[in-house]
Design a binder for this molecule. Structure first.
Ligand SMILES: [Zn+2]
Length: 121
């Protein structure tokens, strides 16, 4: 990985406490991670080569994080959508059964409509 200015720009001037500053190791990931109680934040120990300008390790690659978050959000949204569909389906089924018990004259059409709109995919 070349040492371009934009590569170097990902790294702070120093890591660690101001009284014990450490120069960046440009072969390693630029992310700050929490060190021990007395070391403050330290440089990530993993090899870089990922993400913008190759300055990050795989774990701290901001693009990979975004993709991972988007994937997780999409999964949650799909779960919420499915729960909402099930609730709508149950509510309409209850109303349909009640209508049929009260003498609805086309129960098959009623059921088909509900299944078409809200049935399991
Ligand atoms: Zn890292």
């Amino acid at each position: 990985m070349g040492m371009t200015d934009s590569f170097k720009a990902h790294f702070p001037e120093y890591y660690g406490r101001t009284y014990a500053p450490k120069r960046p190791d440009y072969a390693k990931c630029c992310a700050r991670v929490l060190g021990g109680a007395y070391s403050g934040s330290t440089q990530c120990v993993r090899k870089n080569g990922h993400g913008p300008d190759g300055a990050y390790c795989k774990q701290h690659d901001p693009d990979a994080r975004k993709a991972k978050n988007a994937e997780r959000d999409a999964k949650w949204q799909a779960e919420r959508d499915e729960k909402a569909r099930q609730a709508d389906f149950a509510r309409e089924c209850q109303a349909a059964i009640t209508a049929i018990a009260d003498g609805h004259n086309d129960p098959r059409a009623l059921a088909k409509d509900i299944v078409a709109r809200l049935g399991p995919k």
